[in-house]
Write a protein that binds this ligand. Structure first.
Ligand code: MG
Length: 385
């Protein structure tokens, strides 16, 4: 029986994780839940799973939740509460599904403690990749990606010698602006950017899908997870989101990973690995008539993807700078303060104005994150519409 701590339980990955647990009552159980401010949902989740450890964002929320529950778990709050869930002694598995750089310390701590960490928080790998690998080695646990493309790559690459891999390709749906002209993209509204054609996700990642920054962050994530160089990771536009990744071998042939576009698939893969069991996702239906198409991303219309390659090649703290700038610019766009095209401009300005250093500590990358946010906010102030 795997005992799971879900960090970010009320988000889209968190709720899908609990659906997967529901489908495997003899294999999976929940011992800790960490949520933000959605008290009603975390209350329902607590009553269903009866975790002994719960954490919410604020002290007042923790008190309110205690008054609502019919049993008495340990209820924590804030960054310490999140850490209490990540390091819960009964948990052998941690699903790291906090959005943004806020998830870094808890992911690192869980790896250092030797847990199986199913990482959906891509910022952990983008911002602190080398630190996460160090923590993984020190703790002797496991790191399994929950991002669909990386779960696909894990399925394609697990157990293969690195020297047989020529390149990998992760697919991008292309987002809502895949076929839009440059001029139209430049004037895109928040509503248009939130209208993702194939995946239903939170607002931050949905905007990142519209700019292709999400794919850029995933390129960096793949480099960390699979010890690949920037030139070995390519992006293929595949609007149907049925092929999630491809492995290209030295002999020129490829293997593709295929499944429907439901995050419960990669979540179950990570939780049950190396086992494969029927789960909440129906098998792929090959009897249905389908057309798959593949294309090349246009870096002129999607400059954020080019910025991610630039940051990966620069190495060190460059991905942390880019990620922080992007979190700020996306938040400003969602708040209606800057335009869609400003996201890339802000990210580019921030990336080019801060010096890149080799990464040596979590504190340092968090300091870098902070400095990059300040720089990005200054840019946003100047460009607020
Ligand atoms: Mg993905």
């Amino acid at each position: 029986m795997r005992r799971i701590a879900v960090l970010g339980s009320t988000g889209s990955i968190g709720t899908s994780t609990l659906d997967v647990v529901e489908a495997h009552p003899d294999r999976l159980s929940v011992v800790a839940l960490s949520a933000g401010r959605n008290l009603e949902l975390v209350r329902v989740q607590c009553e269903r799973w009866k975790p002994s450890c719960v954490s919410v964002a604020e002290e007042a929320d923790a008190r309110a939740l205690a008054g609502l529950l019919t049993y008495k778990p340990h209820i924590h709050w804030g960054a310490e509460g999140l850490m209490a869930c990540a390091l819960h002694p009964e948990a052998d598995t941690v699903v790291a599904a906090i959005v943004g750089a806020a998830g870094l310390a808890s992911t690192e701590a869980a790896l250092r403690a030797g847990r199986r960490v199913c990482v959906a928080n891509k910022e952990s790998l983008v911002v602190g990749g080398s630190l996460m690998l160090r923590a993984l080695e020190a703790g002797g646990g496991e790191l399994l990606p929950v991002d669909s493309e990386h779960a696909a790559l894990h399925q394609l690459l697990a157990g293969r010698p690195l020297e047989t891999i020529r390149e990998v390709r992760i697919t991008a749906s292309g987002g809502p602006f895949r076929d839009w002209s440059l001029e139209r993209i430049q004037a895109a509204t928040v509503e248009e950017a939130l209208n993702h054609p194939t995946w239903k996700m939170g607002p931050k990642i949905t905007i990142d899908s519209a700019t292709l920054m999400n794919k850029g962050l995933e390129v960096i994530e793949a480099a960390v997870l699979f010890a690949l160089k920037a030139d070995q990771i390519q992006v293929t536009v595949h609007p149907q989101s049925q092929v999630h990744a491809m492995a290209g071998f030295t002999d020129g042939s490829y293997q593709l990973q295929v499944c429907g576009n439901d995050m419960k698939h990669p979540i179950q893969y990570a939780l049950l690995y190396p086992d494969r069991l029927p789960g909440p996702v129906a098998p792929y239906d090959w009897d249905q008539l389908r057309t798959w198409s593949f294309g090349v991303p246009d870096l002129e219309r999607f400059p954020c993807l080019a910025l991610a390659y630039e940051a990966l090649r620069a190495g060190g703290t460059a991905p942390a700078i880019l990620n922080a700038a992007n979190e700020e610019s996306v938040a400003a766009f969602l708040a209606g303060r800057i335009g869609f095209w400003d996201i890339a401009a802000c990210n580019r300005d921030t990336l080019s104005s801060l010096a890149t250093e080799p990464v040596h500590s979590l504190e340092q990358v968090l300091d870098t994150d902070h400095a990059a946010r300040l720089r990005a906010r200054t840019w946003i102030e100047k460009h607020t519409c």
